[in-house]
Design a protein around this ligand. Structure first.
Ligand SMILES: [Mg+2]
Length: 423
């Protein structure tokens, strides 16, 4: 009796080994694999090689896991029938299921997740060996699968849709594999194709720029006061940007004793991007041309703002406390009186997500300010109200012809729409 029970226990332990190994290998990050390769010599290289072929590794682990799980059930069943009679099978099923789940799946997976480096390094020899001897089996299984797929008329396809990936990310976040912040980053990356340059740029009225006649010395003084590393240069009219002055170049020229020369002698040509271009395309252009900053053009060819690499990165990582903005601006602030303040340059999708709203996003990447402008149909004044299905917007602040901030009182089922604003 005891040897039989011990065998079953050993099989469950093996199941844990396979399941843990699966998690250990699949949870290794690229950086970890790199580190393992450098640190662990031959075994490290084996881990790297195995990670390059995850399907093979997973097949081996899957076969191993299933063989031991099934073997454990068969042995336990046979043992139960022999000792207690077949009426006890239900009890055995319950106990074994619990044992396999706890000791064969969940616990080892959690252990492997937190010690994935050590686990993968110490199991890689065995897994590689199993891969070798199981190869005929894997080949047979693959052939049968292929035959069945063909017979069913489906074409084997590995196309993963964007929605599929996003739902995977959501799931990973839900089960705790991905932290909320990371999952947000992944989602943001996928939005890149939709978000336009216009929605992440700094509007021309807020751009800090210098006239091209300013001396290098004065420019350096101004730049260091604001803490920028590159600044647009204009010719007579701030809307005519003719170059970009780079701090490094200015410093170098001053070093050479040319501090009195105008900055037009050191500026580099600006690069222009159309505002309707996607951030993704913009990034490709930035990478190809080694850029950090570009001038954004509107549909008539006029300057509408300036966009930096950092603006794009912020789209993924979220707002960064940085050299350009001295103060962190939340796109949405709860005013505590049932209303919220929304910064008008916040993209519609961000606000929709934060407030769980459905502000219509006509063209991907529009801002809340843009939405309101379209709704109002003219340049509003401070205090102007817009009633929508979502609630009542009140323009709080304007800069020139541009809305800066609005207050939104949401329409709720319990609340009347004519509540006080409590300035
Ligand atoms: Mg298992």
């Amino acid at each position: 009796m005891l040897p039989r029970l011990l065998t079953i226990a050993a099989l469950v332990a093996l199941s844990g080994f396979f399941s843990g190994t699966e998690t250990a290998f699949t949870s290794l990050s690229a950086a970890q694999i790199h580190q393992i390769r450098d640190k662990w010599g031959k075994r490290g290289r084996m881990v790297a090689a195995a990670s390059e072929n995850p399907e093979r590794l997973l097949t081996v682990v899957l076969i191993g896991n299933n063989v031991v799980n099934i073997a454990a059930s068969v042995l336990a069943g046979e043992f139960t029938v022999r000792v207690f009679g077949s009426s006890a099978l239900a009890v055995t099923t319950a106990i074994l299921t619990l044992m396999v789940l706890v000791f064969g799946e969940v616990t080892p997976k959690q252990l492997a997740m937190s010690h994935n480096e050590a686990w993968s390094v110490h199991t890689v020899r065995l897994i590689t060996f199993l891969d070798l001897i199981l190869r005929p089996v894997v080949w047979a299984i693959a052939s049968v699968v292929m035959l069945l797929t063909r017979l069913s008329g489906a074409t084997p396809s590995s196309v993963v849709t964007r929605e599929g990936l996003l739902s995977l990310v959501k799931h990973a976040e839900h089960v705790g594999v991905l932290e909320n912040s990371k999952s947000r980053m992944v989602k943001n990356v996928f939005r890149f194709g939709d978000v336009t340059v216009e929605s992440i740029m700094t509007h021309r009225t807020r751009v800090f720029s210098l006239e091209k006649t300013v001396s290098i010395e004065d420019a350096l003084h101004e730049i260091s006061r604001h803490g920028f590393s590159r600044v647009p240069v204009y010719d007579a009219d701030p809307e005519r940007i003719v170059g970009i002055a780079i701090l490094r170049d200015l410093l170098q020229r001053r070093e050479q004793g040319e501090g009195n020369a105008p900055i037009s002698t050191v500026m580099v040509d600006p690069i222009f991007v159309p505002g309707h271009r996607s951030v993704e395309e913009m990034l490709t252009q930035f990478r190809a041309e080694g850029l950090n900053m570009a001038v954004v053009l509107d549909e008539y060819g006029g300057v509408s703002g300036v966009v930096t690499l950092e603006d794009a990165i912020e789209e993924i990582l979220g707002e960064i406390y940085d050299e350009h903005e001295s103060k962190h601006r939340e796109p949405v602030t709860d005013m505590g009186d049932g209303s919220v303040r929304i910064m008008a340059d916040a993209p519609v999708y961000v606000v929709n997500e934060l407030l769980d709203l459905e502000i219509p996003d006509v063209r991907g990447g529009k801002t809340v300010g843009g939405y309101l402008m379209t709704r109002i149909g003219h340049i509003p004044v401070v205090g102007e109200e817009v009633n929508t299905d979502l609630g009542r917007f009140v323009v709080e602040a304007m800069t020139g012809r541009r809305i800066v901030a609005v207050r939104l009182r949401l329409t709720t089922a319990s609340e009347d729409d004519d509540g006080d604003w409590g300035q």
